[in-house]
Design a protein around this ligand. Structure first.
Ligand code: DGT
Ligand code: CA
Ligand code: CA
Ligand code: ZN
Length: 577
């Protein structure tokens, strides 16, 4: 059993226990354990097998989790899981996957209205039965309906980061098989879309049947949807589809170009080709008059044949790329290793899982040169947000730590300060003025009108102490739409005041999105890509932010935290003047 499967078991266990009304601490322990295992850089089995190491030394894994992991590794299942599955109706599990519908409400819908399926739930929301339940009301019924459609979309499209884990695992499996000469992912995954509908793999194989057999032998396959001469589709983990196509080596580039898409990009390329008497399809580039093949083995050849430089997959949306190629020397898009600082993270002072010192050490290990500690402000009471006093104490601690880290890591005194519902900042100006770095963010009152939200954010931007707006649109992919906010007004204000905008690299956020990033770049607004790490593992999400930045056409020059700590702070200081 791999880490992901074990983590899924613990998540399911937590979910089931919640329905049974179990001790919340126990439930949380399972969820934390699931996350810790999912985030591990090596197989859990390896640690268990090593007599010199203890699983319980890992943060977030207590004795119960150790025992259960051992049983899972040995037997592939848990008696407790099987038992609970039998006790909790499946529809309850489905309902709990709906945003805004917790275990308690789901149980009442099942018990009091006899809801046995999501279709029945939808009906009951529409015909007023849900609204009629005590404590539910019309608003709840409406939000459940909204949640149902979000959940449906979520069932179809997965986060890019999840697609990435699955792709890596399948790729590893395929490499173990013999006779694969070439292999590359195509589709939306290769383009780095924030969610992917399915995965598309292209291979060149000596023996196609053998390659397909091996593909079908993938351990997480649950079903084969279809298998033909050159294409096979399987289902993985119940819902997710993975396609594999076998192509000839001399057509690999053409197939890769075609199946990477996007469709809109391909339409544009074909139009350019046609003007030159060429046609492009998944088999190659051909002269229209005599059908001679002029390219096909590599993508470079295909693009060159129609007079284009090779275009990074992230740009292939027919949005920016045909301007990008017009540059005399198209500038390379940003790479993860160009990022030198991380300007958004949390510690145990609020809702982070690691101490300031642990975060600093982990940052050095990642090769970062500077970080800003940005815990929550007091309004975020759920996360024990900092009031002025506690914040000043934290900054004192940073002052004390600084000499120890000199020459290794610059630690900036920051804060993620809430923008209050009524407008204005959550901490007084005389405190904010002492910070090196102030992030402003909206966490409450997200459903206010467009005018209200826009005014709040623009107000924060115009506060001279605010340096950057964190996760500017507030979206949570598959879970929550962005706030109603006038981004043009926000960008105009940011431009005038020199305030920076964040690209939050958390794979569930990726906020700003690629379209807004391109807009910011065009206007010349500085972007800061940060992880919003809530633990030392949290730094790992940076590449997801970089993917998104590349989709927005960003180069290192557009991203302020690719500069040295000194240059970064010089720009921040210049904006405050
Ligand atoms: P997804 O899977 O919904 O996240 O998005 P894609 O872009 O991966 O779409 P998918 O898997 O249906 O197809 C992969 C690529 O293959 C797509 O981006 C473009 C190309 N493609 C697929 N079907 C067609 C088609 O009917 N016409 C054209 N021109 N291209 C297609
Ligand atoms: Ca796809
Ligand atoms: Ca596909
Ligand atoms: Zn944060």
């Amino acid at each position: 059993m791999d880490n992901n499967k074990i983590a899924n078991v613990f998540d399911e266990l937590a979910e089931l226990l919640e329905f049974k009304g179990e001790n919340p601490f126990r439930i949380r322990a399972y969820r934390q354990g699931a996350k810790a295992i999912r985030d591990l850089a090596e197989p859990v089995a390896q640690i268990v097998a090593d007599p010199n190491r203890k699983l319980s030394d890992l943060p977030g894994i207590g004795k119960t989790l150790v025992d259960k992991t051992t049983v899972l590794l040995e037997t592939g299942t848990l008696p407790q899981l099987e038992k609970l599955r039998g006790e909790v109706p499946e529809v309850l599990m489905q309902m709990s996957g709906i945003p805004g519908l917790g275990a308690k409400k789901a149980a009442r819908l099942h018990d009091e209205l006899g809801i046995e399926s999501l279709d029945q739930l939808r009906e009951a929301c529409k015909d007023g039965r849900v609204a009629g339940l005590k404590g539910f009301g019309k608003k709840t019924a409406e939000s459940i309906l909204g949640g149902l459609s979000i959940a449906e979309q979520a069932a179809e499209r997965i986060f890019w980061s999840k697609g990435d884990q699955l792709a890596a695992s399948i790729e590893q499996h395929m490499r173990d098989g013999a006779g694969i000469a070439e292999m590359c992912w195509a589709g939306s995954y290769r383009r780095g879309r924030d969610t992917v509908g399915d995965l598309d793999l292209l291979v060149v194989a000596e023996d196609r049947q053998a390659a397909m057999d091996h593909f079908e032998a993938y351990s997480q396959r649950t079903q084969t949807i279809g298998r033909g001469e050159t294409k096979i589709s399987i289902r993985v983990n119940k819902a997710f589809q993975v396609d594999m196509r076998c192509v000839e080596a001399n057509q690999f580039g053409a197939a890769l170009q075609y199946f990477t898409g996007s469709q809109a990009h391909n339409v544009h390329v074909r139009r350019l080709a046609k003007k030159q008497g060429l046609k492009v399809n998944e088999y190659g580039v051909f002269r229209v008059d005599d059908d001679t093949m002029v390219a096909g083995a590599t993508e470079q050849d295909v693009y060159a044949a129609v007079g284009l430089p090779w275009i990074p997959p992230e740009l292939r949306e027919d949005r920016l790329e045909f301007q990008w190629v017009e540059q005399t020397e198209p500038s390379p898009l940003i790479e993860t290793q160009e990022v030198l600082g991380d300007m958004h993270m949390h510690t145990t002072a609020t809702d982070g899982q690691n101490t300031l010192r642990e975060m600093a050490d982990a940052a050095i290990e990642r090769g970062l040169q500077y970080i800003a500690i940005t815990d929550h402000s007091q309004r975020v009471s759920m996360a024990r947000g900092l009031d002025s006093e506690r914040l000043l104490e934290q900054w004192e601690m940073i002052d004390q730590l600084r000499p120890e880290y000199e020459g290794r890591l610059e630690i900036f005194k920051g804060i993620e300060c809430d923008i209050l519902e009524a407008g204005g900042m959550d901490l007084p100006d005389d405190v904010l003025s002492q910070a090196d770095w102030v992030l402003a963010s909206v966490h409450y009152g997200q459903r206010q009108s467009r005018q209200q939200i826009t005014d709040r954010i623009v107000g924060a931007i115009n506060n001279p102490h605010v340096d950057c707006v964190a996760h500017p649109t507030g979206r949570l992919i598959n879970r929550r739409p962005p706030y109603e906010v006038d981004m043009e007004a926000v960008m105009q204000a940011a431009l005038e005041s020199g305030t920076l905008l964040e690209l939050n690299a958390n794979p569930a956020r990726l906020d700003l999105n690629e379209v807004h990033l391109a807009m910011a770049k065009r206007l010349g607004i500085g972007i800061v890509i940060s992880t919003d790490a809530h633990s030392t593992y949290g730094f790992e999400v940076m590449p997801y932010g970089i993917k998104q930045a590349r989709r927005g056409g960003l180069t290192a020059a557009d991203v302020v935290n690719t500069r040295s700590a000194e240059a970064f702070m010089a720009q921040v200081a210049a904006a405050s003047e």
